[in-house]
Design a binder for this molecule. Structure first.
Ligand SMILES: Cc1cc2nc3c(=O)[nH]c(=O)nc-3n(C[C@H](O)[C@H](O)[C@H](O)COP(=O)(O)OP(=O)(O)OC[C@H]3O[C@@H](n4cnc5c(N)ncnc54)[C@H](O)[C@@H]3O)c2cc1C
Ligand code: FES
Length: 244
């Protein structure tokens, strides 16, 4: 974990209430796709965790949805503003088990952590399928980004206003070697039930400290409690326990 002062280079709306923020500075603490950063916002005691969408050189890209006061305040940040950011948090996805045709399943703001992963898998020559799910067309983002990487990209919307009507689990391909997923818990439970291979799940649990000190994000697994901010946010399919 590294605390850095990063400069806002861009903060642009890309869908309904969804923004892309580009930050510049020392982002060397971010080493793996699926990791997250924790942003200190003026007037807020707790930092806000946001997944890494992409990292290249001294540039970090985030995609966030304005859902409350903290993320609402983020929308007011302008080019040139400085932000205290804890970087390199969480374990991130492991690329090793991907096989030759990995499947990526993202729902809403669970899509962002899959992009840098897709870019790395494509750089290894994998045939990547990305299924991106949203409630409605106005919420949709990321399709062109995944297509530009050369991923077979499918968009689903629950109301059928864009792409295929239904949920990501209604658009599973016939064959895939492994899967990676992130999204709201009901979607993750459906992915767990419907997938036929091993895979990795990223959880976006509510957090307190964000770096392992408060236990506020603990989740029961088959091998005991794990702190989602520290031993997660990525868990292997085989270690997940769903509580009623
Ligand atoms: C590891 C991790 C990665 C994340 N990555 C992203 C990302 O890439 N993009 C993104 O937009 N968001 C992401 N989130 C969620 C983001 O952190 C929350 O939306 C944000 O903290 C809400 O802050 P707020 O002050 O705006 O909302 P609050 O005022 O705190 O809450 C507003 C509403 O959002 C709900 N909410 C708050 N936090 C969460 C959460 N963690 N999960 C589900 N609902 C929540 C609350 O229940 C409430 O209904 C991530 C969360 C975690 C833990
Ligand atoms: S949020 Fe404090 S231990 Fe995870």
């Amino acid at each position: 974990m590294k605390e850095c002062l990063l400069t806002v280079a861009e903060n642009t709306a890309i869908a309904r209430d969804v923004y892309r923020m580009t930050l510049r500075g020392d982002v060397s603490g971010v080493t793996r796709p699926g990791q997250f950063v924790n942003l200190k916002l003026d007037g807020f005691f707790l930092r806000r965790p946001i997944s890494v969408f992409d990292r290249e050189g001294d540039t970090l890209k985030l995609i966030y949805k304005a859902v409350g006061q903290g993320t609402g305040a983020m929308t007011g940040l302008r080019e040139g503003d400085s932000l205290s950011v804890l970087t390199g948090l969480g374990n991130g996805y492991r690329l090793e088990p991907a096989g030759d045709a990995p499947l990526l399943l993202g729902g809403g703001v669970g899509v962002p952590p899959l992009y840098w992963l897709a870019r790395q898998l494509r750089a290894q020559g994998k045939r990547v399928t990305a299924v991106l799910g949203f409630n409605t067309g106005a919420d949709m983002f990321g399709e062109v980004d995944f297509q530009a990487l050369g991923c077979e990209t499918v968009v689903t919307t629950a109301d059928g206003s864009y792409g295929r009507k239904g949920f990501v689990t209604d658009a599973l391909p016939e064959a895939y070697s492994y899967f990676y997923t992130c999204g709201p818990e009901p979607m993750l439970r459906a992915v767990f039930a419907r997938t036929v291979t091993e895979g990795q799940f990223s959880f976006e649990e509510r957090m307190g400290c964000g770096f392992g000190a408060c236990m506020g994000c603990s989740r029961k697994t088959v091998t005991g409690y794990k702190r989602i901010c520290r031993e997660g946010p990525v868990l292997e399919k085989g270690e997940i326990l769903w509580e009623a």
